[in-house]
Design a protein around this ligand. Sequence first.
Ligand SMILES: Nc1ncnc2c1ncn2[C@@H]1O[C@H](COP(=O)(O)OP(=O)(O)OP(=O)(O)O)[C@@H](O)[C@H]1O
Ligand SMILES: [Mg+2]
Length: 329
Amino acid sequence: MPAIVTALRSLRASQDEAVRLGAGSSSVLSVRGLSVQLGGREVLHDVSFELGAGELTGLIGSNGAGKTTLLRALLGLQAVSAGTVTLSGRRERAAVGYVPQKVGLDPDLPVRARDLVALGIDGQRLGVGLRSAARRERVEALLQSVGASHLADARVGALSGGEQQRVLIAHALASSPKLLLLDEPLANLDLRSTQETVTLLATLARSRGMAVLVATHDINPLLPFMGRVVYLAEGRAASGTTDEVVRSDVLSALYGHHVDVLHAHGRVIVSVSDQHHDGPGQGWGPEPRGEALVGGPGGQEAPGEQQAPEGCDLAPDDCTDDAPQAWQP
Ligand SMILES: Nc1ncnc2c1ncn2[C@@H]1O[C@H](COP(=O)(O)OP(=O)(O)OP(=O)(O)O)[C@@H](O)[C@H]1O
Ligand SMILES: [Mg+2]
């Protein structure tokens, strides 16, 4: 079946309970009924969610859940079998910034951080580019916005993981996107770099009124800053606030297996059992078949959650047009 992405839909997501945004947040991206087939298998099925301006949203799922596939579909790099992707505002692709999952930068590559960021500027422009002085100023401003001015003349391949992540974010911001997609930007970062990167992303989302979607298998670091979550499992998605989604009943329905959501040591653990899901309220699954670690300080207990048993030591490790725009991924 050819890709079916046709209709522009007016952004009335607030009327759609399943994908509604928080109060006061306007929609930047609307995804409706997105399905993707790969190798004869439906990797994503009927995925729907909204991303709001100024919000950081976590795209959560274990390895192979379809996070990269979804991001590629949003970018138009992956054909879809059904669904619509609607981007409000600017019509050009530059409205979307992307930091991919795997960026192999050779340490000996003679490219400085400032060169990589400049490529982000020049690569988005047709015809006469910026004067060199203006380009230089813009590069400096971008590096400054991610706290990487001091890295401007360093070879990108020689930077640490956290430093490289900042420069890649500056590169992705060069087109002043309304939507920033990041695929596992926290992988291989230590705790401090992880916290700094998440804080930076939340700050950028707010200050630029940008929607930021962060793919990760561990949402712990995102929780203090995350407005909403898109949780992928078994090819399907649940979206909403963390308290709405990270619940035993919601995740059990998503996985089709019983899921326990535990609070322990200020964190939340999501444990998926082998037990087939027949409805909420079942007992503990005896043999976890996988765990996604979800949590944060002061996590609120939501209906369908359980407190971890006493002594539990499961501590886890330029807008030109405001009309909606749809494209065919
Ligand atoms: N070109 C392809 N052909 C067939 N199957 C594919 C292809 N690309 C990805 N897949 C499969 O689609 C599923 C989702 O892959 P994807 O890379 O989107 O997962 P992910 O959530 O990003 O995982 P990870 O956390 O490991 O990065 C996996 O089962 C993967 O094997
Ligand atoms: Mg991936």
